[in-house]
Design a protein around this ligand. Structure first.
Ligand code: KE4
Length: 435
């Protein structure tokens, strides 16, 4: 059995945590089950790097699962949070900053006439679908196998991310009646979507989809797929909901809907718009959003929605990016990393797929392009485990599941890319030896 990836202090701290927290983690995918089940305990981060309890540093491509567009503890983000906190941690009342963030989102996101701030992607997706059902007076929601839209009961159907990691795409505790109104079809398959509409004609409230799937690994929408979904929903009188919790201001300024010019009826954002603190949002056309209380009969609420300290982190993060040029520049750097990894895999004869959009990327140990969850699940698990373990051992932090995406930040530069190549070269060699 290879040496555990976590050092002695991490192991001690994890054992203590497991005495109070189920599985020692506050979110299952952090449990590192596929990497030996003993996660690193992280004590700090700065720029592109994190440090664990044993003082080891790692170039980080998890970036808190996507929020950290500018790396860890960016000085201007930290300063904004400190200044906001000094004015009070929150008031349960409207504040100037939440309206500023809402204004920035409405200006940047093509589908947003109105936006409601919440505290997590789960809340954003759950609320957007409640609104879709209220506005259309229909019940069925169609999602895609391997896409993950948070852990609301009715969305834990054929779900990705941690659900797929633990082979639990449907969760215990969700009554069949709750799940029965959710239909899941393969991603990138318009014929399957058409068939689902035919089966539930007149009762489909919404289709919810990740415009770039990041919870079955990194799987971009196929050419024409999003446009096809848009046309189908328009024809059927259903709402297209883009779950941009991961892609929002990660792949492009304004999200994938800005980059692809496919405008949904509603969209969900999170992660980057909170800059690492709990901010998420859902929004869309004014006529839809005005179904929400206090204007309409669709209820959604939240104690910490629009919290000024969290909003300060999100606003500063978005202002630091500022617009499209930031993503063009970052993608240019990230493409060097991705193409270099592909070249190293080829050098060692290891079947490897990799891609990137904006500052989001991912890879599969597969000999063919991955376009949906079923193909993702056929990837070489042993190769993934060997390679990722070897990368972590050499100081490169990657998601502990093959059903996740990877991320890049403006703090990642040439030094990080060169160090990643050196680690990857040795890791691919280890995979090749084991084949
Ligand atoms: P949260 O409730 O975790 O903030 O967001 C749920 C969510 C919704 N939609 C998409 C596309 C998402 O990726 C997520 C959450 N992403 C996972 C990682 N794939 C969060 C990490 C975790 O669950 O610990």
């Amino acid at each position: 059995m290879p040496k555990p990836l976590a050092g002695p202090k991490s192991r001690r701290l994890f054992a203590a945590a497991a005495k109070c927290i189920p599985g020692g983690v506050n979110s299952p995918v952090r449990a590192w089950k596929r990497l030996g089940g003993q996660p690193l305990i992280i004590t700090s981060g700065k720029g592109a790097r994190i440090t664990d309890a044993d003082g080891r540093t790692y170039i980080d491509y998890v970036l808190s699962w996507g929020p950290l567009l500018h790396g860890h503890a960016h000085p201007q983000v930290v300063k904004a949070v400190q200044q906001a906190a000094k004015l009070g941690m929150g008031f349960g009342a409207p504040t100037p900053s939440e309206a500023e963030l809402a204004g920035l989102l409405v200006k940047a996101v093509p589908s947003f006439d109105r936006v409601r701030l919440v505290s997590s992607g789960t809340e954003a997706c759950m609320s957007a679908l409640r609104l879709a059902r209220a506005a259309t007076k229909r019940e069925i929601v169609i999602k895609c196998d391997g896409c993950y839209h948070g852990h609301a009961d009715h969305l834990l159907v054929a779900a990705g991310s941690g659900c797929a990691t633990f082979n639990q795409p449907d969760s215990a505790g969700v009554p069949a009646a709750f799940a029965s109104l959710t239909v899941s079809v393969p991603y990138n398959d318009l014929a399957a979507m058409e068939a689902a509409f035919a089966k539930h004609r007149g009762n489909v409230a919404a289709v919810i989809v990740e415009p770039v799937a990041g919870n079955m690994g990194f799987v971009p929408a196929a050419e024409g797929y999003l446009k096809g979904l848009r046309a189908l929903c328009t024809r059927e009188g259903s709402l297209l909901v883009l779950d941009e919790v991961m892609t929002g201001f990660r792949t492009a300024w304004g999200g994938e809907q800005a980059r692809t010019k496919v405008t949904p009826d509603l969209a969900c954002f999170g992660k980057v718009i909170g800059g690492g603190l709990p901010v998420a949002a859902y929004g869309g056309r004014r006529d839809l959003m005005e179904h929400l209380a206090p204007l309409g009969g669709c209820y959604q609420a939240g104690t910490l929605s629009g919290n000024p300290v969290a909003v300060a982190a999100g606003l500063t993060t978005l202002r630091l990016a500022g617009g499209k040029p930031f993503y063009v520049a970052q993608e240019k750097k990230l493409r060097v990393l991705v193409e270099g990894l592909k070249s190293l895999a080829t050098k060692h004869g290891v079947p490897f797929q990799a891609g990137c959009i904006g500052t989001m990327w991912g890879f599969f140990f597969n000999d063919r392009p991955v376009t949906n969850f079923a193909i993702a699940a056929q990837s070489d698990d042993q190769a993934w485990t060997t390679w990722v373990s070897a990368m972590v051992r050499q100081g490169i932090n990657l998601a502990p599941s093959p059903y996740e995406a990877a991320f890049f930040s403006s703090a990642h530069g040439k030094a990080e890319i060169v160090a990643t190549f050196a680690a990857a070269d040795a890791a691919f060699a280890e995979v090749a030896r084991g084949r």
